[in-house]
Ligand binder design. Structure first.
Ligand code: CA
Length: 234
């Protein structure tokens, strides 16, 4: 599954043009015209990267960036600021506030794409690498092969997507609803208990030996997470 990019931009034409081009590159894209809209979308699911316009109605881009950096669950989401031409000061302040990079309007789409790819490789290699590793688990995204401690693990397509999704952000807790959106897609109607069924199957497939730690953590009243302590083990 492709990384999700949230575009926060009130100029509808620009947002649409960027969205169209990023979708053509294979990204999943969400758009918000203000900080409030962005906050609403982010309550449902967190993006993998944010493109943030400086000039927005209501809270400015810089204020949003400051707030996201201060909150634990959004502190590490990579942010590219979109700034106006010639505003050197904006760029300096944007980077000082915690933005990872910036583009200057009018920017070219290939330049934006290159910056997004570079930032994802730098800040979230687990999103773009072909072989994703956490603890003794290894996923090959090209061949869809999964291995645990070197032995092959056979997963159904849904279990594969579920594992891949959870492994992208060890420690991040997902509600059942967020997992349904992220793994099944939001136009499919499935009961939330379906998530439990597939997590059960996934656990059964990857935890074959009693001595092995369970990489999936059940968070009571919240949902599931890939255990970050497991991810850090070797
Ligand atoms: Ca704007």
């Amino acid at each position: 599954m492709a990384p999700t990019i949230l575009i926060v931009e009130d100029e509808a034409d620009l947002a649409l043009m960027v969205r169209y081009n990023l979708e053509a590159e294979g990204f999943r894209v969400a758009t918000a015209a203000s900080g409030d809209e962005a906050a609403e979308l982010m309550r449902e699911s967190l993006p993998d990267l944010i493109l943030l316009d400086w000039m927005l109605p209501g809270l400015s881009g810089i204020e949003l960036c400051r707030r996201w950096r201060a909150k634990e669950e959004t502190a590490r989401i990579p942010i590219i600021m979109i700034t106006a031409r010639g505003e050197e000061e904006e760029r300096v302040r944007g980077l000082a506030t915690g933005a990872d990079d910036y583009v200057v309007k009018p920017f070219s789409i290939p330049e934006l794409q290159a910056r997004i790819q570079a930032l994802l490789r730098r800040s979230s290699p687990q999103l773009v690498t072909n072989v994703l590793k956490a603890g003794d688990l290894e996923i090959d995204r090209t061949s869809h092969r999964v291995r645990r401690a070197g032995r092959e693990v056979h997963l159904g397509p849904t279990e594969y997507r579920l594992l891949e999704y959870l492994m992208r952000h060890p420690g991040r807790v997902y509600s059942r609803e967020q997992l349904l959106d992220g793994v099944w897609g939001n136009d499919v109607y499935v009961d939330e208990r379906t998530v439990d069924v597939h997590v059960g199957r996934l656990r059964k497939a990857i935890n074959r030996r009693a001595s092995e730690a369970d990489p999936i953590r059940t968070v009571r009243g919240a949902g599931y997470a890939f255990d970050e302590r497991f991810a850090a083990m070797n």
